[in-house]
Design a protein around this ligand. Structure first.
Ligand SMILES: [Zn+2]
Length: 413
């Protein structure tokens, strides 16, 4: 169906240098170029919903596909699968509507061949997807603010700092801040030493070039952070995990999150926080109200549309001028929820508080995530203009704001 208005908006989208506010792209280490293939792309979110997608056992490619196929056949409806297909079509010439016994091997070979050129991922991200800047969250490099690529800026992952009450505790990625203490040559014997480490961790990361703090804490524990007196928080410090009650650990972590918000304020950088899904009993963004209220001058970027509580986020951004909403990940979780959410967000959230990111590990996934975002943004804006809610000039302006101007301003890029 041709729609001239939508085509004109698409031209604006394709002309906009995109600032992608969140990715985990792995372009070195275990995803080295000569290991990239179909399996590497499928081990991401697809692997979350299709068991056996990651070939941890080192099966032959044929044995891997044979194991994967029956599970895939029962889950072909999922967005975590479908968002990859446009990327396979546009980037690697997949002709069919689905991955099949007949086409997987050719596709796998094409991906392997493409990555023989070390600049392939840059070609996809910069030339095909028109991404100008990526905020990179390399959670496997604790406390490291140095960008891996000239067009990356680091979001400094702070989860490990919630697990510094002893040297054996680890966050959900297996990280401890004591590796950073060693690197910085800091002795940590007392709780005050530990707070000095938190301060140095943030200062050092930002000096290296990081542009914001990032907490994926909802994968570790609940987002119910309460103001906590220092002496209560200090009780957990230096004790083995088996001697600590859940309440003592929570008090320590609550205090550290408030302390980190204080650091975000001191350095005037945004604080990105994962909301929704993860540990579902504690990931609802509403839990963050005490923190948001305690720091009215810290910009909290609440990510993922707080899915499945997309409406809560609309209420939060409307109620608190220091709340930003990032659509990151939402379009590939559920493009329908993202459409509904965006329709609503555009009515309650100032355009200078909405951003987007992909949240992926490979360039193919990021490309697919962007295609999903492009489609739903163009659909929503077209519907808004056609219903008379606003005019075409504003729709064009919103594309540039969400994808470029707002993140540029927010992260001082
Ligand atoms: Zn992420």
């Amino acid at each position: 169906m041709s729609n001239l208005l939508r085509d004109r908006l698409a031209a604006v989208f394709d002309d906009t240098p995109i600032i992608d506010t969140h990715e985990h792209l792995r372009t070195d280490g275990d995803h080295a170029f000569n290991h990239m293939g179909l399996e590497t792309v499928l081990r991401g979110y697809f692997g979350w919903v299709v068991p056996g997608a990651a070939n941890e056992e080192g099966l032959s490619p044929e044995a891997w596909w044979t194991r994967l196929r029956p599970a895939l056949d029962r889950r072909r409806n999922l967005a975590f699968y479908r968002f990859l297909l446009p990327a396979f079509r546009d980037l690697h010439g997949l002709q069919d509507d689905e991955l099949t016994d007949e086409n997987w091997e050719t596709l796998d070979q094409r991906i392997r061949d493409a990555y023989q050129d070390p600049s392939w991922f840059r070609h996809v991200l910069q030339e095909r997807a028109h991404i100008q800047t990526i905020l990179h969250d390399p959670y496997w490099k604790v406390g490291d603010g140095r960008p891996e690529q000239p067009f990356y800026r680091v979001a400094l992952r702070i989860n490990s700092l919630l697990y510094g009450y002893n040297r054996d505790a680890r966050d959900h990625n297996g990280n401890t801040p004591y590796t950073v203490a060693e690197r910085l040559g800091l002795e940590v014997d007392t709780f005050d030493d530990y707070l000095a480490l938190c301060e140095a961790f943030v200062r050092h990361g930002l000096e290296q070039g990081a542009v914001c703090l990032k907490g994926a804490i909802a994968y570790d524990r609940s987002l119910d952070f309460q103001p906590t007196p220092k002496d209560v928080a200090a009780r957990a410090f230096g004790h083995p995990s088996e001697d600590l009650t859940p309440g003592e650990v929570k008090a320590f972590q609550d205090y550290i999150v408030f302390f980190l918000a204080e650091q975000a304020r001191a350095h005037n950088v945004p604080f990105q926080i994962h909301t929704g899904l993860a540990r579902l009993d504690g990931s609802r963004a509403m839990f963050l109200i005490p923190l948001i209220q305690a720091f009215p001058d810290v910009r909290f970027v609440l990510m993922h549309g707080n899915y499945p509580w997309i409406h809560d986020l609309a209420g939060l951004v409307l109620s608190f001028p220091n709340v930003y909403l990032d659509l990151v990940w939402l379009p590939i979780l559920s493009p329908t929820a993202a459409r509904r959410a965006l329709h609503e967000y555009l009515e309650v959230a100032p355009a200078d508080r909405i951003t987007w990111g992909g949240d992926c590990w490979t360039a193919e996934e990021t490309y697919g995530a962007l295609i999903y975002m492009r489609d739903l943004l163009l659909d929503v804006l077209t519907e808004k203009v056609q219903s008379g809610y606003f005019g075409e000039a504003l729709a064009r302006d919103l594309i540039r704001r969400i994808l470029h101007e707002t993140p540029k301003e927010l992260y001082a890029l």
